[in-house]
Design a protein around this ligand. Structure first.
Ligand SMILES: Nc1ncnc2c1ncn2[C@@H]1O[C@H](COP(=O)(O)OP(=O)(O)OP(=O)(O)O)[C@@H](O)[C@H]1O
Ligand SMILES: Cc1ncc(C[n+]2csc(CCO)c2C)c(N)n1
Length: 339
């Protein structure tokens, strides 16, 4: 038996660590056990047996890992059957949002970033009640929106597609574009003093501040131009999903959409198969997900562990009209958009 095994065996005997399996099976939370576990970690870190730094590091990192697993096993939300379901839909990609969803419909806001407008930009614009351009996103609207209506006068088209706000550090938007939209009554908010948050972050803060707390659960922010392109921008855009995890934000490109599924809810994702799918993925981007369970996929997860460096669910396929997801960690959901 290795030195590590000896210590581990002793630890098991002294602290009742073997209860983990029993705990998993019965799936009830034993806070006292977690308390004991944490105490035993302190004891182990101090034990004179652990004098070799390498053994020490290896053991502590394994135990920390185990401790995280126990904590998530003990997360009462994960195993609770009464966890509230959050409904998701891609009906904003349909020409008109179906009537049955009208009663409970979401209020859409649109944010245009500084990348090529997707082919369905005019559709998203029509669904949105609030339209915001992030800095150079204003140039995209100005330059590209007339291309969707080649038979019409570009000025007329631009007059029709007036953003409510242009916000950012304003180092990319052109003066002529700012002047054009200012004359139409569009607000321009210059936050060049803030060089620590991205233009997308600034726009989401703005929309969040405009939305009363009671209406936030009905708000859905659609973002174009967030995916593809420069990887630092792309990562910054995904980070915004985590920084505003209390809001529904959907990043949309011509090829796919992505959104965060917070661990606080189980998720029921309606698949509008005329516009999205079948390729999809579930990614534990912020942290490992020790327990994820899904239905409605070709390769479902059954209390499965996912992490970068281990299993990710990529190139999965939706099989039904609804995909359900429950996890002990926030996950990124992505699904392809049909051409
Ligand atoms: N190539 C890209 N890939 C992904 N997202 C982008 C890309 N370019 C811009 N964006 C998004 O659009 C927003 C506005 O773009 P803009 O070019 O005005 O930003 P910026 O802060 O001036 O960029 P830069 O880092 O080039 O100075 C960015 O904050 C980012 O969210
Ligand atoms: C560690 C660190 N890295 C990069 C930046 C630069 N930066 C981050 S967001 C932003 C605004 C872009 O419109 C800029 C310039 C920073 N502040 N801190």
């Amino acid at each position: 038996m290795s030195r590590y095994d000896q210590i581990y065996q002793r630890h098991k005997t002294e602290t009742g660590l073997t209860k983990i399996d029993e705990l998993r099976k019965t799936k009830y939370q034993t806070h006292q056990f977690r308390h004991n576990w944490k105490n035993s970690m302190v004891y182990l870190n101090q034990t004179p047996l652990l004098q070799t730094p390498l053994t020490n590091i290896k053991l502590i990192s394994q135990l920390n890992n185990k401790s995280q697993q126990i904590n998530s096993t003990l997360n009462p939300d994960y195993y609770s059957n009464n966890m509230e379901a959050m409904q998701h839909s891609s009906s904003f990609l349909l020409p008109s949002i179906p009537i049955e969803q009208g009663a409970n419909s979401l209020n859409y806001a649109l944010v245009i970033l500084n990348q090529r407008l997707p082919r369905f930009a005019p559709l998203l614009w029509e669904h949105a009640k609030l339209r915001v351009c992030a800095d150079g996103g204003g140039n995209r609207l100005f330059d590209e929106i007339p291309q969707f209506f080649p038979e019409q006068n570009p000025i007329d088209v631009r007059n029709r597609y007036k953003p409510d706000v242009i916000k950012g550090d304003m180092d990319s938007i052109r003066e002529d574009v700012l002047d054009f939209y200012a004359k139409l009554g569009c607000d321009a908010i210059n936050e060049s003093h803030d060089q620590d948050t991205t233009d997308l972050h600034k726009c989401i803060s703005h929309i969040s501040n405009l939305t009363p707390e009671s209406e936030k659960s009905n708000l859905c922010i659609l973002v174009t131009g967030a995916l593809g392109g420069r990887f630092d921008h792309e990562a910054g855009n995904i980070n915004v999903l985590y920084r505003f995890s209390n809001l529904r934000i959907i990043l949309i490109s011509d090829d796919c959409l992505i959104q965060l599924l917070p661990k606080t809810h189980r998720h029921e994702i309606q698949i509008q198969s005329s516009v999205v799918g079948p390729h999809c993925g579930l990614l534990p981007m912020g942290q490992p997900a020790f327990h994820t369970t899904t239905s409605g996929l070709k390769w479902n997860l059954d209390d499965t562990e996912m992490m970068f460096g281990g299993l990710l669910s990529t190139s999965n396929i939706v099989t039904g009209d609804i995909v359900s997801v429950q996890s002990d960690a926030d996950l990124i959901w992505t699904i392809s958009i049909k051409h």
